[in-house]
Write a protein that binds this ligand. Sequence first.
Ligand code: WQD
Length: 339
Amino acid sequence: MSKIVVTGGLGFIGSHTVVELQNQGFEVVVIDNLSNSSIDVLEGIERITGKKTIYSGIDLREKKAVQAFFKEHNDIAGVIHFAASKAVGESVKNPLLYYENNLGALVYILQELEKKKEAHFIFSSSCTVYGQAEVMPIAETTPIQPALSPYGNTKQIGEEIIADVVKVSDLNAILLRYFNPIGSHPSAEIGELPIGVPQNLVPFITQAGVGLRAELSVYGNDYPTPDGTCIRDYIHVVDLAKAHVIALKRLLNRENADPLEIFNLGTGKGSSVLEVITSFEKGSGQKLPYKIVARREGDVTEAYANTDKANTILGWKTVSTLDEAIASAWKWEQKIRGN
Ligand code: WQD
């Protein structure tokens, strides 16, 4: 079966995608410099799939290392590129770290792929490129707004770089714009491993649930939404991972209509912060300590996906509910804290 490179393959979404690729019989080579993950994830993947993963710890910011890697692995059928820094707040404080890591690495990988007679590339993008969209649900045709952070800008620029390369090479690419990935593999062998204080809602909630955090700060309840808190489209990470395998097969089987395709990946349903809290309390059977504080700079009021294109063209749709996704995140948190 085809050999696939997964950059950032020991990260949250990357590791879940490696599992789904191996379940489908693909040979997987993971590149991960462990800047935001742990080598232990390799064993977690193997415990689920029973398969070994070829691992490379190269740093994708090192051009020569990337060239050597692609020289060694010259039989690669496709690349799924997750490796990137993704903390919005950190990107504001340290923009060059984000431009070097998220764009430098992308350029070096694409320079290797454009040399190949045929190359297939899946890019991890984000709904953040839409900013605060005027109309809900958000479709792929929704206008791209000026980025609110260097992180968001690297996703927008990354998409533009790929579009330019596709025009002058044999590269086929699919951009996947994720909404809010949450949850963990049902086996609880892999899951989200945020470093330091979680910036994202769900890992903060589960850490508060095990007592690692005193209470959740809800960033504002004065938004123009039914309960005043922001609305997002929380998608189970396994549903998201499965979409990557479907998109990859679409390229490998040359079913893509254009050399560059874009898909929004979400549930199509919006949930507020308070609804997520309620889901956690219902599933865990415990109250979540939280307080309402000021809005967080850069937060959009509402963002949830129009999934028609992914549903009809990819033939993919989410199967997990918010409650199931939150329950899987809670099961994982309890396991890693030895509860
Ligand atoms: C969700 C909601 C917060 C934490 C970001 C990136 C996106 C993707 C996912 C990488 C918001 C509220 C959060 C907390 C809170 N990142 N919240 N208290 O900001 O929608 O998306 O992460 O791929 O690209 O933009 O996700 O989980 O940070 O926030 O009230 O302690 O929860 O205000 O309304 P976000 P999030």
